[in-house]
Design a protein around this ligand. Structure first.
Ligand code: SF4
Length: 227
């Protein structure tokens, strides 16, 4: 029969310590401290020296474009609904033949992200059906005013790369929005360039878009759609 005065070992409880373990227990917590004392000291000299982030770091958002310059955002608001901090505001606008900003019927007319609310969780970019919204590695998001930390569409839109034609302009002839989503548009076509030349002859993006060789873009509808 067991001694009723001996305390019982409860199921799942850690095993009892022996005498040596009992003696070392009060200083065991200093193990990490002592081992760190002999490692080299690393002091980051921010902001004078900026350490690159990890490639998938969640920084400032970016609204992307297709290769012909049309915007990928279709104003569906899924990013705003997915945001747990209610940091995103989207208002869609109708595309028209004279003002086509993205493939299909609608574009993001108003797009705002409030960086005073954003927690950089990335749920918005997961929700985006067109990969319009992604996150860059930019992390220096500060400012002297609250208003300045509400980024508008113009602050978030990806810059036009060489060869892209600034929106608005029509979609590549004979294509649908599905062709755009599938990545089958390789750059602006001659018809798109001519459309912009007629309406905005001063547009600075015409130079690069009009020379497909320099831009890597096509000059005709057939060339504009990749197989
Ligand atoms: S960024 Fe994406 S999810 Fe948000 S409104 Fe535009 S298309 Fe929709």
């Amino acid at each position: 029969m067991s001694d009723p005065t001996t305390p019982k070992q409860l199921p799942g409880a850690p095993p009892e310590k022996n005498a040596v373990e009992e003696a070392l227990a009060p200083v065991a917590g200093f193990g990490v401290t002592f081992s760190s004392m002999f490692r080299p000291t690393v002091t980051e000299q921010y902001p004078f020296e900026k350490v690159p982030t990890q490639p998938r770091y969640h920084g400032r958002h970016q609204l992307n474009r297709y290769a012909d310059g049309l915007e990928k955002c279709i104003g569906c608001e899924l990013c705003a609904w997915a945001c747990p901090a209610d940091a995103i505001l989207v208002e869609a606008g109708d595309n028209t033949p004279e003002a086509q900003y993205s493939p299909g019927e609608r574009s993001g007319r108003v797009y705002q992200i409030n960086y005073l609310r954003c927690i950089f969780c990335g749920l918005c970019i997961e929700a985006c059906p067109t990969r319009a919204l992604t996150m860059t590695n930019e992390y220096e998001l500060t400012g002297p005013t609250r208003e300045g930390l509400i980024y508008e569409k113009a602050d978030l839109l990806a810059p036009l790369e060489p060869g892209m034609l600034a929106a608005p302009h029509p979609m590549v002839e004979g294509t649908t929005d599905d062709d755009y989503y599938r990545g089958e548009v390789g750059g602006p076509t001659r018809a798109q360039v001519e459309w912009v030349q007629e309406r905005r002859p001063e547009d600075p993006t015409l130079d690069g878009a009009a020379s497909p060789a320099a831009a890597g873009g096509p000059a005709s509808a057939a060339e504009g759609v990749t197989a």
